[in-house]
Ligand binder design. Structure first.
Ligand code: URA
Length: 433
């Protein structure tokens, strides 16, 4: 078999066989196939697309390029939840303890933040002592005793995806549905949970800006999951507005605690109820109405918050910070962004908000950059809210006072105003079951 022929076949719109796809991913991760040939194939895939069978084979081949987690010693069905990424998306820290509190076994493997989107591992590590690198033995023990564990991806998870993703990044081939779907799902399959709930975001702060594209991605990923023998579902959720009010690592932990304690309702709370209910439905098969009732109850009776503290303590974190979030060391500088006119906020460019948070120190431009856990933004007003001159729209937090002006300008330019109240978009657009 020759890589040259595989590229030529894809260039000509032919369907690649399973053997050809495995030959490619194997050669690409060992380095036997040079980057220029991989790049050429990626562009041919970008231009000509892939059939469902090709996408499934690419996903399985990338999964098989590294380790698959061994969760066989966990008692009961395991469930994983994945978000395609957004701004202020702290749902994992809320739904994982909620789901565990109502009896799910949750193995949550997450990534770090890059660019305008945050990563759960960074958020969790802002809790002093919290460890997200855990041995398999300890992970199994924590899930069997506490019900959930939240860790980072192992170093040898889907190495072919890592290699391909780095090349996609520099060859203008990131925005390809078959490549995105296979990239996300190979890691989910390597994480090996029995059930997978996908939170596919759409809107100005999401990977997929367009709802139609988000729907196609969600459908494709659910198909892959099921073809690989998993129970899978996807929820399409709005990311045209930051989720909740806080953007930035420790600031998001503090907000997650408010929701878990039942002190904050609204968009974030509602999405978490739905996501938890779907996770419970996938694992237990109980009717959705019952799963929703249990999810709400886990907040109301305090068991979800207690579960979060148990998970954090089991992973070395200090639960005192959750009981009293004023213990988190605040950023040295803060500055308020004020409204300068009367009117409704009619739109937020959420990607710009994420960029502003990154500039303040809450995220990375390059993967080895350091994170400032205390940096970020807390909004008081979001899309749909009416403002008057002098009202505080947001407060920004940073330890680098030179960044305040740039970030404030960026947030200001992210906001659009109108005299009429904008239409409220649905929080959940659709569910693929
Ligand atoms: N996340 C991934 O893991 N891969 C992509 O291609 C896009 C988002």
């Amino acid at each position: 078999m020759r890589m040259y022929d595989i590229i030529a076949r894809k260039r000509d719109g032919l369907e690649l066989t399973r053997d050809e796809i495995y030959f490619f991913t194997r050669g690409c991760s060992t380095g036997e196939i040079p980057d220029y040939q991989t790049a050429a194939l990626l562009m041919a895939i970008y231009l000509n697309g892939m059939s469902d069978a090709e996408i499934l084979n690419l996903t399985l081949a990338m999964r098989d390029s590294g380790e698959t987690a061994d969760l066989t010693e966990i008692e009961g069905h395991t469930v994983d939840k994945h978000s395609t990424g957004g701004v202020g998306d702290k749902t994992t820290m809320i739904v994982v303890p909620m789901a565990a509190a109502i009896g799910c076994k949750v193995v949550k493997m997450s990534g770090r933040g890059l660019g305008h989107t945050g990563g759960t591992v960074d958020k969790l590590e802002s809790i002093p002592g919290m460890r997200t690198e855990i041995t398999r033995h300890r992970l199994v023990e924590i899930v069997n005793t506490v019900g959930a564990c939240m860790v980072g991806h192992s170093a040898n998870l889907a190495p072919a995806d890592k290699k391909i993703y780095d090349l996609r990044d520099v060859t203008a081939t990131v925005e390809s549905l078959p490549l995105i779907a296979s990239s996300i799902m190979c890691k989910k399959l390597a994480c090996a949970s029995d059930c997978i709930l996908l939170d596919v975001k759409y809107g100005s702060g999401a990977l997929m800006k367009d709802i139609g594209e988000a729907m196609s991605l969600a459908n494709e990923m659910v198909k892959i999951g099921r073809s690989a023998g998993k129970k899978a579902a996807a929820v399409l959720t709005n990311m045209d507005i930051p989720l909740g009010y806080a953007v930035g690592n420790a600031l998001e932990v503090i907000e997650a605690v408010k929701v878990l304690k039942g002190e904050q309702k609204g968009d974030l709370y509602e999405i978490c109820i739905e996501l938890t209910a779907h996770m419970a439905h996938l694992t237990s098969g109980l009717p959705m109405a019952e799963c929703r009732r249990l999810s709400v109850e886990s907040i109301d009776n305090g068991t979800a918050f207690e579960k979060f503290k148990e998970i954090v303590a089991a992973q070395g974190g200090d639960p005192k910070y959750l009981d009293d979030t004023s213990l988190f060391v605040p950023a040295q500088y803060c500055s308020e962004i004020k409204a300068e006119r009367f009117g409704y906020i009619s739109h937020m460019d959420t990607q710009l908000v994420g960029e502003a948070s990154r500039i303040l120190g809450a995220g990375r431009a390059l993967k080895d950059d350091n994170i400032d856990f205390s940096a970020g933004i807390v909004f008081e007003k979001k899309t749909g809210d009416y403002v008057e001159p002098g009202n505080t729209i947001a407060t920004i937090y940073t330890n680098d006072d030179e960044k305040i002006y740039e970030a404030a300008m960026m947030i200001d330019s992210a906001l659009t105003y109108s005299d009429m109240a904008p239409e409220k978009p649905p929080l959940i657009y659709d569910v693929i079951k």
